[in-house]
Design a protein around this ligand. Structure first.
Ligand SMILES: [Zn+2]
Length: 134
């Protein structure tokens, strides 16, 4: 974040220099100096927005680094199961709805995880017949 803080410091230095010039300026120069000060104020706002975006992205990255996928494709953060499909394709952390017996559904994409009638296995069962996608 120091790059953005440095930019803010630079803006303050320019503003101070502009204030010193205003006292000696002509009317036209005063107008241009006022425009320059407005532009600096806009820059400060842009920097504040960038800082906020940076903090949000950093928080998301920290969360993503904590994700552990299980063999069903669920994305776990601590004890909370999330939809691995939504996380992978849409970059969204959707909390899975738990039903019972290790059976979960995603409220967003309706993906099912686990099977009510099948006990949890350590690895997926390989099908005898090749699966074709339609
Ligand atoms: Zn989903």
């Amino acid at each position: 974040m120091s790059l953005l803080s440095n930019a803010n410091d630079s803006i303050e230095l320019v503003k101070t220099a502009l204030d010193a010039k205003v006292a000696l300026a002509t009317a036209e120069e005063k107008e241009r100096l006022a425009d320059a000060k407005l532009a600096l104020a806009d820059l400060k706002l842009n920097i504040a927005e960038l800082k906020e975006q940076n903090e949000q992205l950093s928080a998301r990255l920290r969360t993503k680094n904590e994700v552990v996928y299980d063999d069903e494709g669920r994305a776990w953060v601590g004890n909370q199961a999330h939809c691995g499909g939504c996380l992978g394709s849409k970059d969204k952390m959707i909390v899975l709805r738990y039903h019972h017996a290790d059976y979960y559904t995603c409220p967003a994409c309706k993906m099912n995880y686990g099977d009510i009638n099948r006990p949890r296995k350590s690895s997926p069962v390989k099908p005898d017949i090749p699966i074709t996608l339609r």
